[in-house]
Design a protein around this ligand. Structure first.
Ligand code: ACO
Length: 279
């Protein structure tokens, strides 16, 4: 065939679709899957163990023997039909590595880390009589020098635009609140990542400003939201709510009253989070 540079060849999407649970979804990008799973049309994935199979038969034989209907790790959140598990990359190496392979199928903008040991994974599931169904996740470095509170975030395509992304982002900021450290997602953000964060940040800030009874500084807002000041200023600028006056950022509260908050998403309820920072 044509002599393409090696990096072009390797970046071509290598799967048409994946099957997870009751969904078959088209993949978006290349993922460096283990060699035995490359060059398939469809990859079959067990949504509980995240084991990969080359055929539907293989997956079904696995499911017939399988006795685990939820992710590994510890359930840290449960309310109504939603649950979140905290999975340690060092303890559940195989499971977390497979999360990375899957999420790379929907992410193009950054290199993923396949050394999962330094990360925790927060896996969101919908629960029904058949088990805990994998909806999405975010990963987080156990120790981040830059205070990143999310390394990588994904909602599987059939579950996107339903508020799960904002649920996961709200959880990530609640973890930051309990750690007492202002956080921010790892850069660069993807286009969808930026849209999701802008939407979450705007809602949080507009809510806070609407309830404000007195003057608020950017530092006050950072303390209450656990957002970094640059994300606060960036969001207020994007909403055209802030101007710079005599060396200070001044927020125009009159304009806030007229802001449309849009879809409120899946409410994350911090009361149901059983988690405290490791000592
Ligand atoms: N078009 C326009 N706006 C969108 C879209 C879209 N396709 N998707 C999300 N948004 C915006 C909307 O403002 C939406 O709020 P609204 O529905 O109230 O208008 C807001 O983002 C949040 O939507 P959610 O439903 O809460 O988020 P979702 O569950 O769809 O997840 C996510 C967002 C995680 C970014 C998802 O799109 C995804 O997994 N994308 C592929 C992987 C990716 O790019 N991840 C982010 C990488 S950056 C990082 O990891 C730090």
């Amino acid at each position: 065939g044509a002599d393409l540079p090696a990096d072009v060849v390797t970046r071509v999407k290598n799967l048409h679709s994946i099957v997870i649970g009751r969904w078959e979804m088209e993949t978006w990008y290349y993922s460096p899957l283990p060699p035995e799973y490359r060059n398939l049309r469809t990859l079959y994935v067990c949504e509980f163990t995240l084991k990969f199979f080359r055929t539907r038969d293989g997956l079904e034989r696995h499911l017939a023997r399988n006795t685990r209907w939820c992710p590994p790790g510890r359930e840290i959140y449960r309310k109504d039909h939603l649950a979140v598990f905290e999975v340690d990359g060092a303890r559940n190496h195989f499971y977390c590595q497979n999360i990375c392979y899957i999420s790379k199928l929907f992410l193009d903008h950054k290199t993923l880390y396949y050394d999962v040991d330094p990360f925790l994974f927060y896996v969101l599931c919908e629960i029904d009589d058949w088990g805990y169904h994998f909806v999405g996740y975010f990963s987080k470095e156990k120790a981040s020098e830059e205070n990143y509170n999310v390394a990588c975030i994904l909602t599987l395509p059939p579950y996107q635009r339903k508020g799960y992304g904002k649920f996961l982002i709200a959880l990530s900021y609640e973890l930051s609140r309990r750690e007492g450290i202002r956080g921010s997602p790892e850069k660069p953000l993807s286009d969808l990542g930026l849209l999701g964060y802008r939407s979450y940040w705007s809602q949080i800030l507009i809510d806070l400003l609407m309830k404000a009874t007195g003057p608020l500084s950017i530092e006050d807002i950072a303390d209450r939201t656990m957002m970094k000041t640059e994300d606060i200023i960036g969001t207020l600028r994007a909403l055209d709510l802030v101007h710079y006056h005599e060396g200070q950022h001044v927020i125009d509260l009159r304009r806030v009253e007229h802001m449309d908050l849009g879809n409120r998403g899946m409410p994350f309820d911090p009361q149901y989070l059983r988690w405290s920072p490791p000592v």
